[in-house]
Design a protein around this ligand. Structure first.
Ligand code: OAD
Length: 241
């Protein structure tokens, strides 16, 4: 923890890669851990273009549940600590694999949503957008043009949103410190961002084994470790006093 705080104190540019564990303390499930989505669901059914083509109702039921859970969730102490940290550095970029908008709700500004978001849906035919506030009712699955509405997320086998990879890779390459928080780092290309910069000090925050190749590993939940780091940057102590 002290070494992590020291590395950040000397940094000009910081890049943060986050995953589902970042939002675990907001009460949202992860994908691969105990109680994670992929323990009880098949990603091919719920998060792929083929699954959507087979059974759009099933896919929308799952996303509607998640939209409701996000509306009830609040940013946790980890999201808030990252938002407080952003003005301490010349450059501070968060690239998240999460689609829950919790970084922005905590006040983080430069957030790259690698896997899209659940604030909007778009028509598969004419691209017309619509808000997903409150979810998508069953009888509105079809757009008036005849196309299907789909969530603005990235499914397995799809491209990242336009420009997202370029912006994130550039911020990662520019960083003195890379923070890897709450991700198993197994889904590419996002996972590659944890290690593209061989010059940076890579700090991982994850209570369990997560991404390989970090220089410093903090085996604590994000909502505990990040506030401690942020406090150390402000007052110079990591012991919470
Ligand atoms: P995973 O579920 O694969 O990994 C979550 C990570 O968070 C695990 O390594 C946990 O140990 C860690 N974790 C759990 N609680 C934590 C806490 N309180 N603080 C910090 N870490 C904690 O989720 P992702 O890596 O985000 O993609 O998964 C990547 C992608 O796979 C997702 O964006 C999604 C999924 O399939 C798509 O659907 C395209």
């Amino acid at each position: 923890m002290d070494e992590a705080a020291a590395a950040l104190k000397g940094a000009r540019s910081v890049f943060v890669l986050t995953g589902a564990g970042m939002s675990a303390e907001s009460g949202l499930p992860t994908f691969r851990g105990a109680g994670g989505y992929w323990q009880s669901h098949r990603f091919e059914d719920l998060a792929s273009p083929q699954g959507f083509a087979r059974d759009p109702q099933l896919v929308w039921r799952w996303y509607n549940e998640r939209i409701r859970a996000y509306a009830d969730a609040r940013p946790n102490a980890g999201h808030e600590a990252l938002a407080r940290m952003q003005d301490r550095f010349e450059r501070f970029t968060i690239a998240t694999q999460n689609v829950d908008s919790l970084h922005a709700r905590a006040g983080s500004r430069d957030v790259i949503e690698l896997h899209g978001h659940l604030r909007e849906a778009r028509c598969t035919k004419c691209e017309a957008p619509r808000s997903l506030e409150g979810g998508l009712p069953d009888d509105e699955l079809h757009h008036t043009c005849g196309g299907m509405m789909r969530p603005c997320v990235v499914w397995f086998g799809e491209q990242l949103p336009e420009g997202a990879w370029e912006r994130a890779a550039q911020a990662a390459m520019d960083a003195d410190v890379v923070l890897v928080v709450g991700t198993s780092a197994v889904v590419y290309p996002a996972a590659a961002l944890a290690s593209v910069n061989e010059r940076a000090c890579i700090i991982e925050i994850n209570p369990d084994a997560g991404a390989a190749g970090a220089h410093l590993t903090i085996r604590e939940p994000a909502g505990v470790a990040l506030p401690r780091i942020e406090r150390a940057l402000r007052v110079g102590r990591t012991d919470g006093r």
